[in-house]
Design a protein around this ligand. Structure first.
Ligand code: UDP
Length: 239
């Protein structure tokens, strides 16, 4: 079709869990390949794609803190976990014909290049997929916050939060069959209704910057493409 995408540049937030598939931990090859296929689909439409990848499938700082580790140390481990995921994701992207560049918020120069904003912007203009690793580079934050931060920095038009559920529901759709999906809602409504869409820091940053968030399912085939085409997919949270 001749329809043009609703977005030129997107920030896609993939959680570590999204890479696990049905495994208990780690990276599931088939799952990652399927996700990359969805990304390939939207780059073919000419959309510039930046990704923030989580690390929860490998390590979560909060959990490390809970078992007696120093919280900041545990969080650095969590950030390093995102670097492993970023390498796996970029590798899968390269294998499917995309050119991916991993940029880390923590210097690990022999492994990945450091995050340099103008360079990230250049890569995006060149049609490369940029994978942001190591979150914000700071303990006590999350990759959701990194998604909001990088999204704002690169001028993404929307933060796309990929989940297993296809949007925000009035109740847990797995427990309550009468639950309905919100097609869209404002930041204020999301707060009033106490809908935990992203962590509070990430949410506040998006709200301040008027950077909309769309929650959608990454496991639903074609959903990312429908989101990019501006269709009623998932839930839009707007300023
Ligand atoms: N983390 C951090 N600062 C950041 C991003 C991540 O300290 O800016 C650590 C934190 O310990 C977190 C872990 O990295 O638990 C993995 O990130 P996250 O939990 O956001 O991953 P996801 O839930 O998306 O898989």
């Amino acid at each position: 079709s001749n329809a043009t995408p609703a977005h030129k540049r997107i920030l896609l937030k993939l959680s570590g869990e999204a890479l696990m598939g049905d495994d208990a931990f780690g990276i599931n090859r088939a799952t990652i390949e399927r996700m990359v296929e969805e990304v390939v689909g939207v780059t073919r439409l000419g959309v510039q794609v930046a990704v923030v990848i989580g690390g929860g499938n490998i390590f979560r700082g909060v959990a490390g803190g809970a078992v007696g580790m120093d919280r900041a140390t545990a969080d650095y481990m969590g950030m390093l976990a995102t670097v492993m995921n970023a390498l796996a994701l970029a590798d899968a992207m390269d294998k499917q014909g995309l050119t991916a560049r991993v940029m880390s918020a923590i210097a690990i120069d022999q492994v990945v290049e450091p995050y340099v904003r103008p360079k990230a912007l250049q890569y995006l203009e060149e049609g490369k997929v940029v994978v942001f690793a190591a979150g914000t580079g700071n303990p006590f934050f999350t990759t959701d916050t990194a998604a909001a931060l990088r999204g704002a920095e690169i001028g993404a038009e929307v933060v796309l939060k990929a989940t297993k559920v296809d949007g925000v529901y009035t109740a847990d759709p797995n427990k309550d069959p009468s639950a309905t999906r919100y097609s869209k809602l404002s930041f204020d409504e999301a707060i009033t209704r106490n809908l935990g869409i992203m962590d509070a820091t990430a949410f506040a940053l998006c709200r301040d910057q008027k950077l909309p968030i769309r929650v959608f399912s990454i496991v639903k085939h074609g959903a990312l493409q429908r989101v990019v085409m501006g269709e009623d997919e998932g839930t839009l949270v707007y300023a």
